[in-house]
Design a protein around this ligand. Structure first.
Ligand SMILES: N[C@@H](CCC(=O)N[C@@H](CS)C(=O)NCC(=O)O)C(=O)O
Length: 357
């Protein structure tokens, strides 16, 4: 597999961690401007990573990519066989993918040390074939990333402390889980680990400001990053805790009390054709761009519940209810993202970026 992406990219790191664990050989290549054009032509979107299979097919979006790769390389499975654990792992993957993106971008682009380092790196990786002086590229990258993903994603003087607190709390929550097990669910990684790996490995773990915090506050998380990067399916012991570990409680509460209500508010805004939404959580008001992609995330979580075996559904429902997540998961009625209706993902041309129309 050829993986086009950046050495500093959230989702490229997530996919690479997965491919390494599954021992699926890949090579990473920079997504320069020429490849970006080709990706847009073939996939209808430019986001990374983009993976090209040996048979020439192009894929994007790590969540459906991993799902499809699991169907092709079933062993060792990263989706636990127990349906309740499988649902909870998907839920954490989705939460980590989407809700930690804002703190990850904030810590990278709001602090001059991170912005300096990563604008240099992205200029040389992603725009190497663009005929502009390097200082211009770096200026444009910093301005774009900060404008689009920090200020444009609701980070203001009012929300900033809450955004940073989301990272700090996540460290504490993961630290507590990893104090009792090498991976989140047991002796081997699952979808939940790969979900958190995105932000933790290629953003928080390597960007100057959040990396210092991680090393000081959560050395267990820091150690887990290397453990996951070094994990190989052929030597994994697929031993998992029974049920959903009680140590997952604070993470699931965050999903139930904050993330699923956000997905509901986003879906409501999408349904009403609003370009932005006001979302209040834990006493803080965010103004956020409506995301069609995240309407699809909500649809997929609901579909995962519906697809669970009937005898497992009451237990999944009870787990969600216990953490406040059941009501917001099903709050918004009559929502249709219209995304990937032909069910082509991760292939096809239906892909849309997080902040796309
Ligand atoms: N849901 C997608 C998200 C991919 C994504 O947003 N990737 C970021 C880079 S880590 C990106 O391409 N952003 C688009 C941009 O910067 O314009 C996935 O899981 O692959």
């Amino acid at each position: 597999v050829r993986v086009y992406g950046s050495e500093a990219s959230y989702y490229t790191g997530k996919l690479e961690g997965y491919l390494r664990y599954k021992e699926i050989p890949y090579e990473r290549a920079p997504l320069n401007v020429a490849v970006q054009r080709e990706a847009r032509r073939r996939l209808g979107v430019m986001q990374f990573p983009v993976a090209v299979l040996p048979d020439g097919r192009w894929m994007t979006d790590t969540t459906p990519m991993i799902e499809w790769l699991e169907s092709q390389h079933p062993q060792p499975a990263v989706i636990p066989p127990d349906p309740v654990q499988a649902f909870a792992s998907r839920l954490l993957e989705d939460y980590a993918d989407e809700w930690l993106w804002r703190p990850a971008m904030h810590y990278r682009w709001s602090y001059p040390e991170g912005a300096y380092l990563r604008s240099r790196q992205l200029a040389s990786e992603l725009t190497q074939d663009l005929p502009l002086p390097e200082f211009v590229k770096r200026f444009l990258i910093r301005r774009r990333q900060f404008g689009r993903f920090v200020r444009g994603d609701g980070v203001t003087a009012e929300t900033r402390a809450h955004v940073e607190d989301t990272y700090l709390r996540t460290l504490d929550q993961l630290e507590a889980v990893l104090a009792v097990r090498p991976f989140l669910l047991g002796a081997a990684p699952t979808l939940a680990d790969f979900g958190f790996f995105g932000s933790m490995f290629r953003h928080f773990g390597i960007d100057p400001n959040p990396a210092v915090i991680m090393r000081e506050r959560a050395p267990g998380v820091y150690a887990w990053l290397a453990r996951l990067w070094n994990a190989r399916g052929s030597r994994a012991r697929l031993e998992f805790a029974p049920g959903v570990p009680t140590e997952w409680g604070p993470l699931l509460r965050e999903v139930g009390a904050v993330y699923l209500p956000y997905l509901a508010a986003n879906a409501e805004a999408w349904k009403r054709g609003r370009r932005a939404l006001d979302f209040e959580t834990e006493g803080v008001s965010y103004r956020l761009p409506t995301s069609r992609y995240r309407v699809w995330c909500l649809e997929r979580l609901r579909a995962a519940f519906e697809a669970a075996p009937p005898e497992a559904r009451p237990e999944i429902r009870a787990l969600l209810e216990q953490h406040g997540g059941w009501e917001p998961l099903f709050r918004t009625e009559g929502v249709r993202s219209g995304y990937d209706e032909a069910r082509e993902a991760p292939f096809g041309s239906a892909n849309i970026p997080v902040f796309g129309g």
